[in-house]
Write a new protein. Structure first.
Length: 125
């Protein structure tokens, strides 16, 4: 049943145009995915907490953020999917830290995007 659902969803995507990501550049799709992941305040809080610890963190996020373990796990999964954090298993816990190389790559991508020169015209005034 799951496979059928995925096929129907893909069919709708192509026929009905739910997403037309293929008409955009790789850079535009990559930035869009990055912005989507970073758009949630819980994920920003997780990143800030990990950065401020200056070390790997294990199991402290539930107490720190006041969110359910399942919710934290989902947010960590999204951050891990874009590579901005990495996790290692230690016994029953998973410890997370910022991947400095990916962090710098993302920082460079965002800087490139936001450092584009904007031509301001009087059309909007």
């Amino acid at each position: 049943m799951i496979k059928i659902y995925i096929v129907i969803l893909r069919y709708k995507e192509k026929v009905m145009g739910l997403t037309k990501s293929e008409i955009f550049s790789d850079e535009q799709n990559r930035l869009s995915s990055l912005f989507k992941v970073l758009a949630h305040p819980a994920r920003i809080a997780i990143l800030q907490y990990i950065i401020n610890q200056k070390a790997c963190i294990c199991n402290a996020l539930v107490e720190e953020l006041g969110l359910a373990q399942a919710t934290i796990s989902q947010h960590l999964k999204e951050l891990k999917n874009i590579g901005i954090i990495q996790g290692t298993i230690e016994g029953k816990s998973v410890c997370y830290c910022i991947d400095e190389n990916i962090w710098k790559e993302i920082q460079a991508e965002l800087n490139t995007f936001f450092n584009q020169e904007v031509q301001v015209t009087k059309c909007c005034t």
